[in-house]
Design a protein around this ligand. Structure first.
Ligand SMILES: Nc1ncnc2c1ncn2[C@@H]1O[C@H](COP(=O)(O)OP(=O)(O)OP(=O)(O)O)[C@@H](O)[C@H]1O
Ligand SMILES: [Mg+2]
Length: 407
């Protein structure tokens, strides 16, 4: 459970200083909702934003230097905003459930004396139970790998140094690794463990139909990977965990994919699971490998929305690629319906499609623009003149965007 109410990013490529939603350090603006669409002209930083989420994910499974080099990032010097002498910085404002106290996570990545990227500063803060105002207490604070942490669900240190609860002095042996990864592996640091579990559940999705056509091993896998190449393995997992429920999911998905009348799982002799699709006009089914790119993609998105124990934050890049434009409004409606308003799931989507955006409201759409300095600015569509009023009068967001009312 959990979602981010806001995020600020500094010095990450074209994102020299952007803020989306509400933060502890800047409470202006609305909290981010469960559906966040990001639009903007080419080069305005949409993929950079998706990659910033991916970078944070990568920092959990590798050291920060490896994360700077991974996924074509080209290393710290190419990653950090040009002309900036400041380090890369993230601030995430997170809440686990409706009633829980928000947590602020700050992470600064800079270069050490040896010119290698390292974790310069890391901090987690939360207010004490029942306290609504004032500064939250730091329950993890590390500078250059040295600092303190607090066990349990309360406690922390105030700005003036006063301590509530049991303070543990911490020194990391490797400053290229995140403190939350080291400490979050220990049960006693339950808040850090919970926050780490939230970050670990993030998922970046770049579905590629060709990848989904590859023959996979027979192993069941819980979650779709970045390209969707393990589609059949995930289907196998869902079937194994609960065949009745999986068949119901397939029956539901089938109603959303045009021209498909039935989808059924078939177990092969070697244990592998394949999916059969019945298509309008044909008596015999087709294996998933024979389906069109768009059909496979739609299927993968809908399967993603139905994953058991869903990932809490999913970032989808340009779902419109390879999809017939008329399918996009329905996909957006289904995504919106699926994430709901609670704390189970949050979906970020970059898009160039007015058809997709037509299904959204002004508070769900964020525009990345380029300023005169060449860096990106993020602005909620609701804050453009007339947009809210026109939508209240019945205009659609995609149409307004196309007509240049915003974006
Ligand atoms: N270190 C850096 N400092 C400043 N700007 C950078 C840095 N590295 C890359 N850029 C710029 O950031 C931009 C990245 O654009 P990005 O790929 O995020 O755009 P996009 O909105 O996804 O575009 P598209 O719609 O084409 O996919 C490019 O204009 C690139 O020149
Ligand atoms: Mg892009």
């Amino acid at each position: 459970m959990g979602k981010i109410l806001g995020i600020a990013i500094k010095n990450y490529g074209s994102l020299k200083n952007i803020k989306m939603g509400k933060l502890f350090s800047d409470q202006t603006g609305d909290e981010l909702g469960n559906m966040v669409a990001i639009i903007g002209a080419s080069g305005n930083g949409k993929s950079t934003l998706a990659d910033a989420f991916g970078f944070i994910s990568d920092c959990l499974s590798a050291d920060v230097e490896t994360a700077c080099d991974a996924n074509n990032r080209g290393g710290y010097d190419h990653l950090v905003s040009q002309n900036s002498n400041e380090p890369i910085h993230f601030e995430i404002y997170y809440k686990e459930t409706y009633n829980s106290r928000p947590i602020t996570y700050e992470l600064t990545i800079a270069k050490d004396k040896m010119d290698r990227p390292y974790v310069k500063e890391e901090r987690l803060r939360q207010r004490r139970p029942g306290i609504k105002r004032g500064w939250p207490l730091s329950f993890l604070y590390l500078i250059d790998g040295k600092g303190y942490a607090f066990e349990g669900v309360e406690g922390g240190q105030d700005e003036d140094g006063s301590v509530v609860g049991d303070k543990k002095i911490v020194e990391l042996s490797d400053t290229r690794k995140l403190g939350i990864v080291t400490l979050g592996a220990m049960k006693q640091y339950s808040r850090i463990e919970m926050f780490l579990a939230f970050l670990k559940s993030w998922y970046l999705c770049y579905f590629a139909p060709d990848a989904a056509r590859q023959i996979q091993t027979a192993a069941p896998v819980q979650y779709l990977n970045r390209t969707g190449s393990n589609l059949n393995n995930v289907a196998q997992y869902m079937y194994r965990e609960n065949p009745g429920e999986f068949k119901k999911i397939l029956a539901d998905i089938q109603t959303k994919i045009p021209n498909i009348t039935k989808i059924e799982p078939v177990k092969l002799q070697n244990g592998q699971m394949v999916l059969q699709f019945w298509q309008q006009g044909f008596e015999q089914p087709f294996f998933s490998q024979r389906m069109s790119d768009g059909t496979l993609k739609l299927f993968a998105y809908y399967l993603l929305l139905h994953e058991r124990n869903p990932r809490q934050l999913v970032f989808v890049e340009e779902p419109e690629n390879g999809l017939y434009h008329q399918y996009l409004a329905n996909l957006a409606i289904e995504m919106k319906r699926n994430v709901g308003t609670g704390f189970l799931k949050q979906l970020f989507v970059t898009t160039h499609s007015p058809f997709f955006v037509n299904a959204l409201s002004p508070d769900q759409v964020w525009v990345l623009e380029k300023g005169a300095d060449g860096f990106s600015n993020a602005k909620q569509a609701a804050s453009y003149d007339f947009v809210k009023e026109l939508v209240d009068e019945g205009a659609s967001m995609g149409d307004l965007w196309y007509s240049k009312y915003f974006g």
